[in-house]
Design a protein around this ligand. Structure first.
Ligand SMILES: Cc1cc2nc3c(=O)[nH]c(=O)nc-3n(C[C@H](O)[C@H](O)[C@H](O)COP(=O)(O)OP(=O)(O)OC[C@H]3O[C@@H](n4cnc5c(N)ncnc54)[C@H](O)[C@@H]3O)c2cc1C
Length: 407
């Protein structure tokens, strides 16, 4: 049987479900479905991240990340409060470990102020030591507004509210083929089929593949970057009540190995950023021949290898060797030992890479014929998801327009 919906969102992560919520709120009379290939929503990036509600310190003022992080954070926290979902404003300290990183702190402070982040201030080495005995740095930034939440829980709640409101969430529904029809799309997953008047692609790690399956020629390719986490011992849990981050490498869209208390009561160290050889490569040794072939065929791979090669080697080493990983943690907290590290877990980021091999630093949305593709929604997209959703909903208003809805 073929079901028919006005709008179909592909991907049941936080971006897909927040988008479905926004579309449904604007057009309650229209039918809407989310299709998700896994048995549960929030199974990939949304369920394997640091759980940080970012404040907006890092992002280039004026960028989509800066604007949507600020707006999305507010909307997310309002939803979380309304729904009674656990969240804690634990605050964040960004630490410069070397004098050369002081300029990085200055730039972050400038960005924080330009992005309207409240109450950010400099910390001296002495203040760092007083705030968190054991933490070592030459200076820092205090970001009291940073919070934590369980994004998978938020996503499950979004799914529940959508279905209660008359929307449909199909899990175990992997989009395999998409055909353009005169009035929309015919989407198939094995034996099952759906007709949609308009589609939004929020497929995360597979978003470029879904875009290609829908006839687009995306300007970027998704390259998976695995981030490994180690839970730290109880001894450390008692000592680190807030988020502790290094000054990030300004050339990379990743934030560096940090310490994160979680809503579930753990303290995580991580994530690093190792190039993965499988889209859902959660283990260091995971590989997928199709992914390797895609990487080899991708024009941007040469540029990526040239600019990212030395860092890739360091991050791979951190993936394979707990001792190398420990070095990254010890930059912040020198007395952490191997005995403090628990069992490793991982998440995989969907990072868009341009055809020249450079890493795309901002969110990317690409419009097609009766379809909108969300093609780069890495961190802070969980924080920003409700604002991304509004932006996608704005753009979706004209998707069915016979003139403006064409590519
Ligand atoms: C290690 C790590 C740490 C992070 N830390 C943070 C943080 O602290 N704060 C923050 O704001 N952000 C963080 N992020 C980023 C954040 O997790 C992501 O930006 C966000 O979860 C993206 O949501 P999404 O819905 O786009 O993707 P996903 O959650 O990956 O969802 C995409 C969904 O699409 C489904 N799908 C794919 N292909 C198909 C198909 N063909 N048919 C049907 N379904 C399909 C997948 O199964 C998946 O469920 C982190 C990410 C990682 C990996």
């Amino acid at each position: 049987m073929t079901e028919t919906f006005d709008r179909v969102v592909v991907g049941g992560g936080i971006v897909g479900l927040a988008t479905a919520r926004a579309l449904h709120a604007r057009h309650p009379e229209s039918s809407i479905a989310v299709v998700e290939k896994e048995r549960e929503v929030g199974s990939h990036q949304t369920g394997h991240n640091s759980g940080v509600v970012h404040s907006g310190v890092y992002y280039r003022p004026g960028s989509l990340k800066a604007r949507l992080c600020r707006d999305g954070r507010e909307a997310l926290l309002a939803f979380v409060a309304q729904e009674g979902i656990a969240t804690r404003r634990v605050g964040k300290i960004i630490v410069a470990s070397r004098n050369e990183e002081r300029a990085g702190l200055d730039e972050l402070l400038r960005r924080a102020r330009a992005n309207g982040v409240e109450s950010v201030r400099r910390l001296s080495a002495k203040e760092l030591e007083e705030r968190l005995p054991g933490l070592v740095g030459v200076g820092g930034l205090d970001v009291p507004s940073a919070a934590i939440v369980d994004y998978a829980e938020v996503t499950r709640r979004l799914a529940r509210r959508l279905t209660e409101g008359g929307g449909v969430v199909h899990t175990g529904w992997k989009l395999a083929r998409a055909e353009r029809t005169p009035d929309g799309w015919h989407l198939t997953a094995g034996e099952r089929a759906i007709r949609a008047r308009a589609v939004v692609n929020c497929a995360g790690l597979e978003s470029d593949l879904v875009a290609r399956a829908m006839g687009a020629d995306p300007p970027v390719a998704i390259v998976p970057f695995r981030g490994d986490y180690y839970p730290l011992s109880e001894r450390m849990r008692g000592r680190v009540p807030c988020l502790v981050y290094p000054v990030p490498d300004p050339g990379l869209p990743f934030l560096g190995v940090h310490l994160t208390p979680t809503i579930g009561g753990k303290l995580l160290a991580g994530p690093n950023a190792a190039l993965a050889l499988a889209r859902e490569g959660y283990r260091p040794g995971a590989w997928d021949l199709r992914e390797i072939a895609r990487l080899l065929a991708f024009r941007g791979s040469v540029g990526l290898a040239r600019s990212y090669g030395p860092l890739a080697a360091r991050e791979w080493l951190r993936s394979w060797s707990p001792a190398a990983y420990l070095d990254a943690i010890r930059v912040l907290w020198p007395d952490v030992t191997r005995a403090d590290l628990g069992r490793r877990t991982s998440g995989v980021r969907a990072q868009a890479v341009r055809r020249d091999g450079s890493l795309e630093d901002d969110f990317v949305f690409v419009r097609g014929s009766r379809v909108l593709h969300v093609l780069n929604a890495p961190s802070p997209a969980a924080t920003a998801s409700f604002a991304i959703a509004e932006r996608v909903a704005d753009a979706s208003e004209t998707l069915e327009d016979p003139v403006r809805g064409q590519p």
